[in-house]
Design a protein around this ligand. Structure first.
Ligand SMILES: [Zn+2]
Ligand SMILES: [Zn+2]
Length: 205
């Protein structure tokens, strides 16, 4: 009997992608280390660090900062197919009252990267130098899955447009504000007409 069958190789195991980073986080996946034959698939489940998100001009923090995500990698004839799934809570200011708000965001995104393709449909934005930028992709996937508006609750009353008080804490004592400045302008014009005064804008053309 020749040789050893203990499975050790002089260069160490080539399955390092199962343990994504030194800290266990999967920020970037080196595709050359993903050892799958054409048609084969691998699944990675690892915490993926997600950078703070800019949304509607405000900063939002994912929590946890590195949620456990699931990444499916399929080697197709001359390229890759990726699917990234997970959920994260996003924390940041409510768009109406500016108090802290929190939204649960679940996402399920796919990407295709064909070898040497120039077509943007076939070459993933997140594949660069033979590596998949998992963190960048995850952040964009979260942004895409976020609701159109970020509010602390659907019934948030927002801030008083006159004094800035948080109306969720009760009425501020200001007169009820006109809901729309265009209506306010029309109301003012109607009042002037009723008093038979000329418009403040002058006599016109
Ligand atoms: Zn609010
Ligand atoms: Zn007020």
């Amino acid at each position: 009997m020749a040789g050893s069958v203990d499975g050790r190789s002089p260069h160490g195991p080539s399955r390092g992608t199962d343990r994504p980073g030194r800290d266990g986080q999967l920020r970037r996946l080196e595709l050359r280390n993903v050892d799958v034959p054409s048609g084969g698939a691998r699944t990675f489940e690892a915490p993926v660090p997600i950078d703070p998100i800019r949304f509607g001009g405000q900063a939002y923090l994912p929590e946890p900062g590195a949620p456990e995500l699931r990444l499916d990698v399929v080697r197709v004839a001359s390229g890759w197919h990726f699917r990234l799934r997970g959920a994260v809570a996003v924390h940041g200011p409510c768009w109406r009252c500016l108090e802290p708000a929190r939204m649960d965001v679940a996402f399920d995104a796919t990407e295709i990267a064909m070898d040497g393709a120039d077509d943007p449909e076939l070459s993933s934005l997140y594949v660069d130098d033979d590596a998949l930028e998992v963190s960048d992709w995850a952040r964009d996937a979260v942004v895409e899955a976020m609701p159109a508006v970020m509010v602390c609750g659907d019934d948030c009353a927002g801030l008083c447009p006159s004094c800035g008080a948080n109306l969720n804490e009760g009425p501020c004592g200001c007169a009820p504000a006109p809901t729309d400045s265009r209506w306010a302008a029309l109301a003012e014009l109607a009042e002037r007409l009723a008093r038979n005064e000329p418009s403040a804008a002058g006599d016109g053309e």
